[in-house]
Design a protein around this ligand. Structure first.
Ligand SMILES: Nc1ncnc2c1ncn2[C@@H]1O[C@H](COP(=O)(O)OP(=O)(O)OP(=O)(O)O)[C@@H](O)[C@H]1O
Ligand SMILES: [Zn+2]
Ligand SMILES: [Zn+2]
Length: 872
């Protein structure tokens, strides 16, 4: 079948261009262009990159009026068709543009930009009349192949100079000669070489002596190295060896070595092994005895690193039950979703490893998603150790070249397992059999920039396309997932995971003893330090015994809420059941959901104490205090500041493992995935900071974090101890975390969510409008909300979620955003809360488009966040 027309999504980020454009497929490209191909197409006066989303046998309009595809950028399309379909789904589900969804799926190295090239016109190009414009059009249709090899290609194409050359001035001749000699140059290069002759260059272009074309150039290319191999063998080789005179001893050595090795070697390696110069090898090549070639290689971020190989452990009875259930789904090729709820250290990772092995044995591939923060060397080691070279790692700390190469290994089928953060969910495997999402409750699975997708929902969707299984694993599953598993269906994007549980640790070690320390009592007894007496004693004891301590400080909620240090009172919104945020400028407290505001109190409204202030403490302050309390103690601090350098995270952990530190002090980074045998004490400095974050998930986040941190202690032989310091020790999230009691926590939390119609009993869409002018923004925000209300009413959706109807939609706001101004732009937000089978996203998108279209001012921005995780 030959296709003559392609629909292309162009890489031009604007609302007007968010639709496919039609292009003719020129004859030479027919058969090469596929759905998912990356192409260069003329767009207005430019050449832009685009992606083919569908192919058609016949053009839908007069071909004479259509432009042709100009170039095909890769022989293997970067996107297999299933990802193109997934992008369409994402665009509907998250109200994002197609191009943003497609771009999210490929490495940044492939985000090519047009580059303008100049070359000397070929004789047959010689213009009879007309100018350069026509030549470009003709040229682009005739030479579609301008991919990575474009320069090479162009160089070969450049023929002899047209007869016009006779008419050139000396200056002109010099320019043309330069262009000819270089084959092809970019506009910038030519301008740089002849800085004062722009007018002459332009004139040459107009007259058609030089022609200009545009081609897409990738930011990062494939990497090559010079490789050497013998070019002779058998009798010819013997003759060659015999022919070297005494002065060519080195050349003879090289040839001998190459013949012995019998395969191509990197030039670098050859030179260092034999200690010869490149000149020697070159001479050998000139004689025709050896060939030097550029060979494509993959940049390997883990080059030179050995991974201790591991074999599957014998499964515990719990692991056996879970494994068998997973294996059955894999064997049947059913797109089933599982929620693996296993306590910390219960051997979930071992289950993942063995299930992946099963998947690979069925000839299918697997994706492992982990939160960025826990993509630690320890984690990578476990997968590399089991699957060796079959693993590609996608890490945000890789260079874009390294990332591109890891991605290519996946696309070209050179690896079978991809492990990475969020975006690894798009790993372009051909036969996906399994997606594992570790720590499925982590908020980092939601992307905060456009496209604002949640990797969990994308994973489920992809798995359905491939008939693949999904494992969502966690010691503290998100309430959404757990509720969906329990109530079969729930309101969780329409899928109900099968619940699998593991309650014991294979090592037989017990979960650590957790003690809650009431910091109000400490203050009452005159201890004003951030360390309770119990935690202080605990640290001292570890120091004496040579054991280690992990101290955890929550970064979330830094300096944002007001708390009474005497009674633990925290100011909350009377309507929304979340804590109020302190605004220093106006010295008041505000609710970011509904807009409620009150003056900041100077004495506690509960107990009258004056110890009421906004709360927050940084790791540096803790470090300083530790130095005062425990002189000489070695503290390793791990936070955003100390881990910004590449590899820093790794080095700090390595130092702690080697016991070069007594205490590891840090933020979220220390909470996850660490497995150190000598850690017997975990201290949580202030459990409340997360609790008072203005977010309806605050209690859930607190519970999850405390459980994760506590799980770091006593994982091996030595028993562990955990102290949680809190000003609200009676809060259910703290009480249940200390008892390792997920179920009781869930029961209590679900009651609250239900009463206030928060997820999982509803779904949310956060709409943020921004503009530089406040009055205009306010008016537009009110228009938008009003318009949305009217439309929802007309559909019979609008109404309070309090009423006992299966479907309802409510609109809160507009209110000023928690961060009311960013980069001189004011921000207002509306929260859409709904339940039932409504296309609320579609309605919001349509209303937003109408609001934008009704305003001539292009400065208004409306961002739509579906299922928001960050409510700031
Ligand atoms: N079947 C088994 N037999 C013996 N040891 C096991 C077995 N399965 C797992 N382990 C060991 O138990 C420890 C915890 O296992 P693993 O790290 O897989 O648990 P996890 O549930 O993934 O932990 P986390 O809570 O950190 O996510 C590891 O040291 C692991 O090697
Ligand atoms: Zn008080
Ligand atoms: Zn409120």
């Amino acid at each position: 079948m030959t296709y003559r027309m392609a629909k292309v999504i162009v890489d031009v980020p604007s609302r007007e261009t968010d639709r496919p454009f039609d292009y003719l497929i020129p004859q030479p490209l027919a058969g090469w262009i596929e759905v998912g191909s990356r192409v260069g197409v003329p767009f207005g006066r430019r050449t832009v990159q685009g992606f083919v989303v569908s192919l058609h046998e016949q053009p839908e309009m007069d071909p004479a009026r259509m432009k042709p595809v100009q170039e095909l950028l890769d022989l293997l399309p970067p996107l297999p068709p299933d990802l193109v379909e997934l992008a369409e789904w994402m665009s509907r589900k998250y109200a994002c543009s197609m191009i943003s969804a497609l771009q999210a799926m490929i490495p940044s190295a492939l985000k090519g930009k047009a580059e303008r090239y100049i070359r000397a016109a070929e004789p047959e190009d010689a213009p009879e009349s007309g100018g350069a414009a026509e030549l470009i059009a003709a040229g682009s249709a005739a030479e579609p192949f301008r991919g990575g090899q474009e320069e090479e290609e162009l160089r070969r194409e450049t023929g002899s100079l047209p007869s016009l050359s006779a008419l050139l001035t000396r200056e002109e001749e010099e320019i043309v000669a330069h262009v000819k000699a270089s084959g092809t140059v970019t506009m910038t290069q030519l301008g740089g070489r002849f800085p004062d002759q722009a007018a002459i260059i332009k004139d040459l272009l107009n007259r058609g002596v030089l022609t200009e074309s545009q081609a897409i150039k990738d930011k990062v290319g494939k990497k090559t190295v010079k490789s050497v191999a013998a070019a002779v063998s058998g009798k010819a080789a013997e003759d060659a060896l015999a022919s070297f005179g005494a002065q060519a001893k080195r050349q003879k050595e090289v040839l001998q070595f190459l013949l012995e090795v019998g395969m191509p070697l990197s030039l670098q390696e050859l030179l260092s092994t034999l200690r010869v110069t490149a000149g020697t090898v070159k001479k050998l090549a000139e004689k025709g005895y050896a060939v030097i070639e550029d060979v494509e290689v993959f940049r390997d971020p883990y080059q030179g690193r050995r991974f201790k190989s591991s074999v599957p452990l014998e499964r515990t009875p719990e692991q056996e039950i879970v494994y068998n259930r997973l294996a059955a789904a894999l064997d049947a090729g059913r797109p089933e979703v599982f929620l693996l709820h296993g306590v910390t250290g219960s051997g979930k990772t071992e289950v993942y490893l063995q299930t992946i092995e099963r998947c690979l044995s069925l000839g299918r591939q697997a994706i492992v998603l982990v939160p960025e923060i826990s993509l630690t060397p320890q984690m990578v080691e476990r997968f590399k150790g089991r699957f060796g070279g079959k693993v590609a790692v996608m890490h945000s700390r890789l260079s874009s070249g390294e990332r591109y190469d890891e991605w290519r290994k996946i696309r070209e089928g050179r690896v079978e397992v991809a492990i990475g953060a969020r975006s690894a969910v798009f790993a372009p495997f051909a036969k996906l059999g399994l997606i594992v999402m570790d720590e499925e409750h982590e908020t980092s699975y939601k992307q905060e920039e456009t496209p604002k997708y949640h990797a969990r929902d994308v994973a489920v969707r992809r798995a359905r396309q491939h008939g693949a299984a999904v494992i969502l694993g966690s010691a503290t599953p998100s309430l959404e997932s757990y509720h969906a598993a329990r109530s079969a269906g729930g309101d969780h994007g329409g899928f109900a995971p099968v619940l699998l549980e593991m309650k014991q640790r294979p090592s037989g070690s017990r979960l650590p003893e957790v003690q809650i320390v009431d910091m109000r009592e400490e203050l009452k007894e005159g201890n004003r330090s951030m360390f309770s007496r119990a935690l202080h004693r605990g640290i001292s004891a570890r120091l004496e015994r040579g054991e280690q301590t992990v101290l955890f400080l929550n970064r979330r909620g830094y300096s944002t809420f007001v708390m009474c240090r005497t009674c633990g009172y925290v100011a909350g919104c009377p309507e929304c059941d979340i804590s109020l945020t302190y605004h220093q400028k106006s010295n008041n407290l505000r609710c970011h959901y509904c807009g409620y505001a009150e003056a900041a109190p100077s004495v506690c409204p509960e107990c009258g104490s004056e110890h009421i202030r906004y709360f927050g403490t940084g790791t540096q302050r803790v470090e300083a205090e530790l130095a005062k309390l425990f002189p000489g103690m070695r503290v390793i601090r791990m936070d955003v500041d100390t881990t910004s350098e590449k590899g820093a995270h790794e080095k700090l952990l390595q130092a702690f493992r080697e016991k070069k530190g007594d205490v590891l002090l840090g933020t979220q980074m220390v909470a996850k995935g660490l497995d150190f045998p000598d850690v017997t004490l975990v201290g949580v400095i202030a459990a409340d900071t997360a609790l008072n974050f203005p977010d309806f998930r605050a209690a859930e986040k607190t519970f999850q974090l405390l459980t994760q941190v506590a799980g770091r202690a006593g994982r091996h032989q030595l028993p562990g101890e955990v102290f949680i310091q809190s000003y609200i020790p009676e809060h259910y999230s703290i009480v249940h975390a200390s008892g390792h009691d997920y179920l009781s926590f869930v029961r209590e939390e679900l009651k609250h969510r239900k009463a206030l119609h928060y997820p999982p009993y509803s779904r949310l869409i956060l709409v943020t409008l921004s503009h530089e002018k406040l009055p205009l923004l306010l008016r537009m925000a009110e228009n938008f909300a009003g318009d949305l209300r009217v439309k929802a009413q007309r559909l019979g959706w609008f109404g309070s979620l309090d009423r006992f109807t299966p479907a309802a939609l409510d609109i809160l706001g507009p209110v000023a955003s928690p961060i009311p101004r960013i980069k001189n732009r004011y921000r207002f937000q509306c929260m859409v809360k709904y339940r039932g089978d409504l296309d609320a996203v579609g309605l919001v998108r349509e209303t937003a488009a109408a609001t934008l279209a009704g305003l001539r001012d292009a400065n208004l921005q409306i961002s739509i966040d579906v299922d928001p995780q960050m409510l700031m």
